[in-house]
Design a protein around this ligand. Structure first.
Ligand code: FAD
Length: 481
């Protein structure tokens, strides 16, 4: 929990509720005292104004229900956040949209947003164990083995129903094997073993020893296939929004007006047979139903009365966020294009292990974005921005050439240190967790219903999945009111 979050015990939370209801105004150490005026009654409370919570609250408002969307931050968006570099608006969090992310594509169109393609003309650089390959020029045996490995991953993933990976025929066995062990046992060459490691880190933001085969296969199935998840053109990294992806929750929240309450971290939730109450630094809200659209990591820090079922608590405690630091580096011009490169790279020896050309059309500058992902992000989260900048530039120069040493601007977002997100792109249940605790993911707990990208069975971990979870939870709750 971050330093600014009020720390209260469950007992204090209950006292806090009583205070809110009775409006005694008596101070209780460590508990926010709220007045009767601050106690609001609505049909539904939604916690978290990311893509999922904003979508759910929009459905409730459209259905004529009263709703309060309580957001911990002083901004909406959660793992989506606006920034700027070299005169270009950028997404410091989620940014891409690709084919089959149909719900995001639909909502983007409804909101009047426009896309442009990620630059893909020319070769990408693949750096395996310090040997640099331009385009798909990997030695024949390595390329063949890599393609066979991808086919094997898709074949294994086809056994999994993305709505219930815990019931897959080999769920228990696959959940007890880490991706590192699987790669060691199944890859014939160090090159392919290295490539699997980079892919797990770039796609899931954890080192392969922290992710089970079951979780990895489920993630690929939820995104339709290995290729759909990892490809640029034709895959999840195909397009960017001119107005930025963060416009989605921003515009949804704007339409909700004063139903959105910022700077209102929920620190305790209590429910009984007739109502559910959320306590925040800005007062207490009471409702018939509550949607929790904060990620499992921060939702797990809230005090619940009565205590949540063991499986739900266990799932939240065992599902840490991946680690990612996203950096943008601007250059006078996109120098890599002159060398026949598309600015895309992955490297198994770099800390700043992947780059993409995300220059917006019409911008004469060259804008790269890239990531410290997984293990390197865990290692570099506590270093200074200056140290990260120096390392990122050194690593870009290694793959794209010495001109990378002369950037004009650097902007970064250190997600592991973002208090109400704790990392990204999504929570990754540890080995052995999904098969035992996974079925608690969407199971309502009394009046509390669960949303957020982690609860989606389609494009989980992505904004498309977050929006789908908002749709699903709204349907679930409206049917009960
Ligand atoms: C660096 C990075 C790159 C990414 N790239 C992509 C991409 O290219 N494409 C893509 O589709 N996805 C991408 N993602 C993932 C995507 O951003 C997320 O899947 C999505 O934004 C999650 O939305 P959500 O609403 O489920 O959760 P969140 O965005 O996490 O929203 C949850 C909200 O709850 C709030 N909250 C937390 N605790 C409390 C509390 N106690 N009380 C009140 N509020 C609380 C948070 O502040 C937050 O606003 C990326 C993520 C990151 C970090």
């Amino acid at each position: 929990m971050n330093d600014s979050t009020p720390s209260i015990t469950r007992r204090a939370a209950i006292k806090g509720m009583a205070i809110g209801a009775a409006a005694t105004g008596t101070a209780v150490s460590g508990v926010d005292v709220v007045s009767a005026e601050e106690n609001r009654e609505v049909d539904i409370i939604v916690v978290g104004a990311g893509a999922a919570g904003s979508m759910a609250a929009t459905h409730f408002a459209k259905a004529g229900k009263s709703v309060a969307l309580l957001e911990a931050n002083g901004r909406v968006g959660g793992r989506l956040k606006r920034g700027e570099i070299a005169g270009q608006s950028i997404d410091l969090g989620g940014q891409w949209v690709g084919p089959t992310q149909d719900r995001l594509i639909e909502v983007g169109k409804e909101l009047g947003l426009n896309t442009f393609p990620t630059y893909v003309e020319g070769d990408m650089i693949i750096d395996v164990a310090g040997t640099i390959f331009k385009g798909l020029t990997l030695p024949g045996n390595v390329l063949g083995e890599y393609l066979r490995t991808v086919a094997r991953i898709n074949e294994l993933a086809s056994e999994i129903d993305p709505a219930q990976p815990w019931n897959a025929p080999h769920a228990e066995e696959w959940d007890s094997i880490t991706m590192k062990t699987w790669a060691t046992q199944n890859a014939e060459t160090d090159h392919v073993r290295d490539l699997i490691r980079i892919i797990v880190e770039v796609v899931n933001c954890v080192p392969p020893e922290q992710m089970s085969l079951l979780q990895f296969l489920w993630y690929m199935k939820s995104g339709h296939s290995f290729q759909k998840v990892t490809d640029t053109a034709g895959g999840a990294q195909q397009d960017l929004y001119k107005e930025c992806l963060v416009s989605v929750p921003e515009l949804l929240a704007k339409a909700l007006g004063d139903k959105v309450i910022l700077d209102a971290p929920v620190h305790a939730i209590a429910q009984d047979d007739s109502q559910v109450t959320a306590m925040t630094a800005k007062g207490t809200w009471t409702a018939k139903r509550l949607v929790m659209a904060a990620p499992p990591t921060t939702a797990g820090n809230i005090d619940y009365t009565p205590e949540l079922p063991y499986k739900r608590r266990g799932l939240m405690e065992r599902s840490p966020m991946g680690a990612v630091i996203k950096c943008f580096i601007a250059y006078e011009k996109p120098f890599w294009r002159d060398a026949g490169l598309n600015g895309q790279s992955i490297s198994s020896v770099s800390k700043f292990a992947s780059t993409f050309d995300v220059t917006a059309p019409g911008n004469p500058r060259g804008v790269l974005c890239g990531f410290f992902d997984g293990g390197p992000a865990m290692e570099w989260a506590d270093k200074s921005p200056e140290e990260r900048e120096a390392r990122a530039i050194e690593d870009i120069a290694h793959v794209l050439g010495p001109e990378a040493n002369s950037p004009i601007e650097y902007v970064e977002q250190n997600w592991p240190r973002e208090a109400w997100s704790t990392g990204g792109y999504a929570c990754v249940p540890g080995p052995g967790v999904t098969s035992v605790f996974g079925d608690a993911i969407r199971q309502p707990c009394g009046r509390i219903h669960w949303a957020g990208t982690e609860t989606s069975d389609v494009w989980s971990g992505y904004v498309d999945g977050a929006l789908r979870s908002g749709d699903r939870v709204a349907e679930e709750v409206l049917a009960m009111l």
